[in-house]
Design a protein around this ligand. Structure first.
Ligand SMILES: C[S@@+](CC[C@H](N)C(=O)[O-])C[C@H]1O[C@@H](n2cnc3c(N)ncnc32)[C@H](O)[C@@H]1O
Length: 281
């Protein structure tokens, strides 16, 4: 058997004996999300929001003397760099575990860009997940195209997958997130896109010196709020296997949902814990 073949690998993973430990709610576990999730019992979380590495670091543009204005955070991180087909293997492994720990009828959201949307969708389909939507985030302050040889990149995507049928969709509640109204001024259906700036100002988590963004990929709280408000109920457990600065925990607490986080880098674990404590005051 070739363990590097994603399909073979998946079969090998499934044949392992899975320990039945319940995850600890309201805490960030430091570690690799594949190993951490593999310790947990099957079908133990109601929803998952995942913002994995996009494997986009090599494609970064260097802007040492950027004078174009706006807040641009170039991603060039070791955790975002994969060689050869390692990224495909990684995507299969973590989505495999996520699909296993997700309850029947639960939602799995995966944020991505043009760099990794292909791998994400193929892996999720292999795990028998059904795709409901691709929610587009149009960045209202996106970085201009410096090379001027492509359309300006202004969007990221969040793929919404469900495990089986019977998923939650709070159709009426989320109309309030649509700034557009019907002709007679009533709330309107929420479409599959949001328009939001890249995180800046007080929402941006800063490093110790206070003026540099700590994390290059911090997601807007509002984006995750729309997703969780749409697909979870009060008290549901939401897992984020790539917790970064803790955005999912902040939103989950705001919406009175429970949360579980996993994050590999200690600097982000500490920053997220500090941010979560500050938001509770
Ligand atoms: C795109 S960022 C998530 C940002 C987050 N959504 C936020 O708002 O701050 C991806 C995060 O996953 C972490 N990471 C990368 N590989 C991981 C792994 N195998 N297990 C757990 N965390 C990982 C990185 O350290 C990084 O913080």
């Amino acid at each position: 058997m070739d363990a590097r073949n994603p399909r073979t690998h998946r079969k090998m993973e499934a044949s392992r004996i899975i320990p039945a430990t319940p995850p600890v709610v309201g805490k960030i576990r430091r570690g690799d999300c594949v190993s951490v999730m593999s310790e947990w019992e099957t079908e133990c979380v109601d929803a998952i929001y995942a913002d994995p590495p996009y494997n986009a670091s090599r494609a970064g543009v260097s802007l040492p003397n950027n004078k174009t204005g706006g807040a641009y955070y170039k991603i060039n991180e070791a955790w975002d760099s994969f060689q050869g087909d390692d990224y495909v293997q990684f995507t299969y492994k973590w989505i495999g575990q996520a699909a296993r720990v997700l309850k029947r009828g639960g939602s799995l959201f995966i944020s991505c860009s043009m760099h990794n949307i292909g791998e994400v969708i193929i892996a999720a389909k292999e795990m028998q997940l059904k795709q409901n939507n691709i929610i587009v985030w149009r960045k209202t302050n996106a970085m201009p195209s410096i090379a001027k040889r492509t359309f300006t990149y202004t969007t990221e995507y969040t793929c919404w997958f469900v495990k089986g049928t019977g998923w939650v969709f709070n159709y009426h509640d989320i109309k309030k997130y649509n700034p557009q109204k019907t002709k007679d001024g009533k709330p309107k259906q929420m479409p599959d896109f949001v328009e939001l700036p890249i995180v800046q100002g007080r929402e941006r988590v800063r490093g110790d010196n206070g003026n540099r963004a700590l994390h290059p990929a911090q997601k807007p709280e509002k984006l995750i709020e729309v997703l969780l408000a749409a697909t979870t109920k009060l008290g549901d457990i939401v897992l984020d296997p790539f917790m970064g600065t803790g955005t999912t925990a902040i939103v989950a607490e705001k919406l009175n949902r429970k949360w579980i986080g996993i994050e590999m880098e200690s600097i982000y674990v500490s920053a997220a814990e500090k941010r979560i404590c500050a938001a509770r005051k």
